[in-house]
Design a protein around this ligand. Structure first.
Ligand code: PDD
Length: 287
């Protein structure tokens, strides 16, 4: 049975779902997206993802095509129709397809946003083997545009970063700007020194991770110290632990940075504990 996806008001088998060649998402990367994790058949951190979506749309002056309740219903319907127990839902909204190519934005009265959603079933995601061994990252220059706080579909450089990591025998890359780590190619980056969790503060330089917000809240509730400030690769290589967070990896330990082993070279207690708390609490709050 083929996957059922959602396109502009219709639920269709994936082979039948189409968007126009003039869609600005396709021609200009003029669109935004969200990835919401599914655990035990429910949506995690859903209000956070919708709040960020609304902000991304507003920053780019793209019309909001549907209300929160409608989007929640579409997400739930796709989970139901595709029997997703663990995995994620990808949502993309573009400025739409004006019927030709033009740099100027089309009139929002005549060009409606394109809305696409599909599921990615990943059984075993919460129990991923990588979380038990930890991952290896390399450092690369951050040459992305200056509005990384907007979750746009311009993902060419992050894709190239993942390929650079793969070529170097690593799993992912941390991006560095003016000597300090901004974030991972598709996740937020952290180090742990003593009892303190260190991660770059929020600005236009990084995506305001929904998992980041939850994890930092849980860390503070568990009386852990959190310091929001930039850190260098050299400082990270001397840290006791390192990890990343995202809706697709939750809390993922990092055990090697640019060839240097972090701590004991195995996932550390802070990352392991935060992963446990995150999974437990986000499943409890899932909708
Ligand atoms: N990526 N930073 C970047 C550059 C990201 O692309 C992501 C998410 C994050 C973490 O955000 P969140 O915790 O809200 O998932 C940080 C998603 C998972 C992706 O592109 O697949």
């Amino acid at each position: 049975m083929s996957r059922i996806v959602y396109v502009n008001g219709e639920y269709l088998p994936e082979e039948e779902a189409t968007v126009s060649i003039f869609d600005r998402g396709f021609l200009m990367a003029d669109g935004v997206y969200e990835v919401t994790a599914v655990l035990e058949g429910k949506l995690t951190d859903f209000p956070g993802h919708m709040a960020r979506l609304e902000r991304s749309l507003a920053e780019l002056d793209i019309q909001k095509p549907a209300e929160f309740d409608d989007l929640l219903e579409i997400h739930r319907e796709l989970v139901r129709r595709n029997d997703v127990v663990e995995g994620g839902i990808y949502l993309q909204i573009t400025r739409g397809a004006p019927g030709d190519r033009d740099f100027a934005f089309p009139d929002p009265e005549t060009t409606k946003p394109t809305v696409v959603l599909f599921t990615q079933s990943k059984p075993g995601l919460a129990n991923s083997p990588a979380a038990k061994t930890g991952i290896k990252v390399i450092a690369i220059d951050d040459i992305r545009w200056g509005r990384r706080d907007i979750k746009t579909v311009q993902l060419l450089y992050p894709s190239m970063g993942k390929m650079m990591a793969k070529a170097a025998g690593a799993d992912d890359a941390w991006m560095v700007q003016d000597g300090a780590v901004t974030e991972g190619t598709s996740n937020n980056a952290y180090i742990v020194k003593g009892c303190t969790i260190i991660t770059r503060g929020l600005s236009n330089d990084i995506l305001h991770g929904i998992t980041r917000a939850a994890v930092l809240r849980f860390a503070e509730e568990a009386q852990m110290q959190v310091e929001e400030r930039p850190f260098t690769i050299a400082e990270a290589q001397q840290a006791d632990e390192a990890f990343v967070t995202s809706a697709s990896t939750f809390v993922m330990p990092v055990v090697e940075i640019d060839g240097a082993t972090i701590g004991t070279g195995t996932p550390g207690p802070v990352a392991k504990r935060l992963r446990e708390i995150y999974l437990e609490e986000s499943i409890k709050a899932a909708v």
